[in-house]
Write a protein that binds this ligand. Structure first.
Ligand code: ZN
Length: 491
């Protein structure tokens, strides 16, 4: 391209009325065809300058690196006035208007030149031949059709504005044929000549579109990578992957880049990728969930110090150590942990209640003192506690429920039956008769109690109905006898 005479970037092939990139000539045509063009153009005026539509002549310049040993270019005959003529405008000026397509071609040429020099690769065609779908109803013209170990591979050079539909259609086309398809970015490739440069490059929408049709991957090829490929004897491309990474308790996303060889790419379901963004993301999210769960479990004792008393307060505490928790998927687990922990704590409280009551008959003053402190500590938990509860009534209630509080009370069966009598014999207990009846209802010895003749006689006493009043212990009894049930019955 250094040749200053190579001024005409595009000619029109009047046979098909199609523009031809001059730089693509040696890829499109075989040697003998180029020879025919050189002669035919003189005879039939087949190729004209795209700018002035005048006849142009094909010239050749020796170039050992070129496919046919020569570089081919067109020039205007003498006496023609055209902006694309060598003496009227600089090459840069001419190419400014057509650089996009030129860049596109340069990329194809660079890729083709690289592949033909790599082992196991074969360049079948550069941008001229259609390939057809299996049913022959659809066709596409790959920018470069190559074979790797005999397997067809399609390369497309990504342009400035490829619509998602074009990308997907192309993908489906090659997926059906089971050809790997690789989109190579020609866009901003000059900004990434040195891919070790950590400076961020602007990712174009079209590149994002391609990336997310390829598990978050898009690919770059350029002169630097071409020489790397030749050195390594393997096609080497730069892969940009949209990747999740963990920072603290959250996932962050950014483009990561890798220099990879063709063998390192995976082709699946029409997609080509080096790293599967979706799989990485799923794995990291699963990690994050595991870590979140572990943190919740490790911090539950800390939650306890904050004395959460309900589900929503538990969630607030959980969210602090697990900021990414997702209520739609994590709530079931959290709720089971909450329930378990909450139950564990409730059981501790119930067991402490039983302990205090158990020592009540042997040391009343200190039992009341303990109860007062305990009730004060739990006052915010809505368990029905208050400090002025009658422990002697509670003791009998616990016995009726079936808790064996003291060996002094003799046989269990005897103790809970005897406890009922208190509520009918003593004035101090009479206001709690309704409580006693409720305790019988809730007792695990209910049937036995109801079949004890003395108890039955009490329950049928017409007096009891007149004293059915709510007691200050009703709420407490309901709480104590509800789930989780303290399993200390009958120690
Ligand atoms: Zn011209």
């Amino acid at each position: 391209m250094e040749n200053s005479k190579r001024q005409i970037p595009i000619v029109i092939d009047t046979e098909r009325n199609e523009p031809i990139w001059v730089a693509s000539l040696s890829w499109i045509y075989e040697q003998h065809e180029l020879q025919e063009i050189r002669q035919a153009n003189i005879k039939h005026h087949r190729f004209v300058c795209q700018n002035c539509k005048q006849l142009v002549y094909l010239h050749a310049k020796r170039d050992d690196d070129s496919r046919h040993g020569h570089q081919y270019y067109f020039s205007h005959p003498e006496g023609i006035d055209c902006d694309w003529k060598s003496d009227s405008k600089s090459r840069a000026e001419i190419y400014a208007g057509v650089s996009e397509g030129d860049k596109h071609w340069q990329m194809k040429e660079l890729l083709a030149k690289t592949l033909i020099n790599l082992p196991n690769w074969e360049v079948v065609d550069v941008d001229t031949q259609f390939v057809f779908s299996l049913d022959k109803l659809k066709r596409a013209k790959p920018d470069l059709h190559a074979r790797y170990f005999g397997t067809d591979v399609a390369f497309e050079i990504q342009l400035r504005s490829e619509s998602p539909k074009v990308i997907l259609d192309r993908q489906h086309f090659y997926q059906e044929k089971e050809w790997p398809l690789i989109w190579l970015s020609a866009e901003n490739e000059d900004q990434i000549l040195d891919f070790f440069d950590k400076e961020r490059i602007a990712v174009k929408q079209v590149q994002k579109d391609i990336a997310f049709c390829n598990r978050g991957n898009w690919f770059i090829f350029n002169k630097f990578l071409a020489s790397q490929s030749l050195e390594k004897k393997q096609l080497t491309i730069l892969t940009k992957v949209w990747e999740p990474s963990l920072a603290g308790k959250k996932i962050y996303y950014d483009w990561c880049q890798y220099s990879v060889t063709y063998d390192q790419l995976t082709h699946h379901d029409g997609e080509t990728f080096y790293r599967d963004f979706y799989a990485l993301d799923r794995a990291l999210k699963a990690d994050l969930v595991e870590q979140g769960k572990l943190r919740v479990l490790a911090n539950i004792d800390h939650f306890k110090n904050q004395e959460y008393r309900d589900w929503s307060q538990f969630l607030v505490a959980a969210k602090i150590c697990w900021p990414t928790l997702d209520m739609s998927s994590d709530a079931d687990w959290l709720h089971s942990v909450f329930k378990e922990d909450y139950y564990r704590r409730v059981l501790q409280v119930k067991s402490t209640v039983l302990t205090i009551i158990r020592y009540y008959s042997s040391d009343m003053p200190s039992s009341y003192k303990r109860w007062e402190q305990f009730a004060l500590k739990l006052s915010h938990l809505y368990f029905g506690f208050h400090k002025n509860m009658s422990l002697s009534v509670l003791e009998k209630i616990m016995l009726i429920l079936g808790y064996d509080l003291s060996t002094k009370l003799g046989r269990r069966q005897k103790s809970y039956a005897r406890a009922v009598h208190n509520f009918f014999d003593y004035e101090a207990f009479k206001p709690y008769q309704a409580l006693c009846l409720r305790a019988i209802e809730l007792s695990e010895h209910k049937e036995e109690l109801l079949h004890t003749p003395n108890v039955l006689a009490r329950l049928n006493d017409p007096m009891k109905k007149s004293i059915e009043i709510n007691s200050s212990l009703d709420d407490f009894l309901e709480w104590f006898a509800s789930d989780p049930i303290c399993e200390q019955r009958g120690l």
